[in-house]
Design a protein around this ligand. Sequence first.
Ligand SMILES: [Ca+2]
Length: 399
Amino acid sequence: MLHLLWFLHLLLAFDSVRGEQVGECAAMAAKDTSLMSLRAELLTTRGRSEGISAEELTRVANATLPTNATAKAALHANATAHYEEQLAGSENATRCKECATAEEKLNMALRAARQAHVSAQQLAIALAKAAEDHEAAAEGYTRHYNVYAELQRDMEQLPPYNSSKSDFEELVKQAQELYAIAQNVQSAEQQQEHNRTLVENAQSAYDEAASSAQLADQLVEGRQAAKEQACASLAPAPGYRFLRFEVPESSLPVKHRHTCIRELYFYSEADGNGELLTESLTRDDDCEKNGGKLPCASASLGNGEGEMVDIFDRKESNYWCTTNKNGGWGWFHYHFAEPVVPKSFKIVKYKAGYDHWPRGPWYIKGSSDGEQWDILYSERTDMKGPKIVTKNVAVAPPA
Ligand SMILES: [Ca+2]
């Protein structure tokens, strides 16, 4: 049998090298072919020479091969995953396109609003100039009219018959000037009317431009809201993807050389209120064993006592402890499928007091990437407290 296994590994190793040369898909086909050849060869030569039955070799070889049904299921599962990935990419591209379109519409609205306000500003300046000209024309009319009125009053008083010749000559002179002065008044009056029309026209033009600018502002607001809505799904959601419980080495020694927890809950609101953020995990949800399917949980040094995911199984009878090989320090964390914003957490300890519990410090930490960690809660003093503890998280998650 040892010779058989050696031969099997030898063929698989050769096959593996060949697979790397022709790419992943071709490698899978090549591996299948190699295994079939292996079966035939084992059955016809090595197997008989080692005195092993054909049935046993068939069973050994088949153990390395999926059944047809399993292979088909795997094929379809791969195809499903492939199309789901493409769909996700397509949906994302659609959202990107919608966001870009909304942004372009916003830019157009911004440019139109800027132009509307530039026009309104220019017309406001023209209105101010027209009003100034109108005021000057009104003053001119008043001045000319007063001159005429004064002369008119003078001429209403004719000189007495015994006045001097110069008095009559002055009267004649005033009479001769009267028409010219009257023409000045008429001209000033026309100018005043003309300027009044200019002011009215400028006022209308400005009012229209100001109204357009206001509409442009409203359009910008609408486009801004539309753009934010269209692009919202593309922005990374704020929050933590990892929430961790940690007992550092500085907290050693831990009594009983274990830190044991029955359950850990995280909540969306303070004091254990709101939505429970953690889903119930099973023993298939260990991140190191399930191929990264989220949500899952991980621990620092594997299992000390119990299964680490038991902390999130919502059964207080099941618990997990850090390994006693290192005195009880360690960490475990919950890896969320979507970012979460915890406001509080609840720990169900193994027992009340210090039984299987560090005297401090211990931490609740959050991370977006599993590398950079924020301390969300720090217990640095002795927590000789009850078995169940609820605490609030004071640190805001990253945007
Ligand atoms: Ca549990």
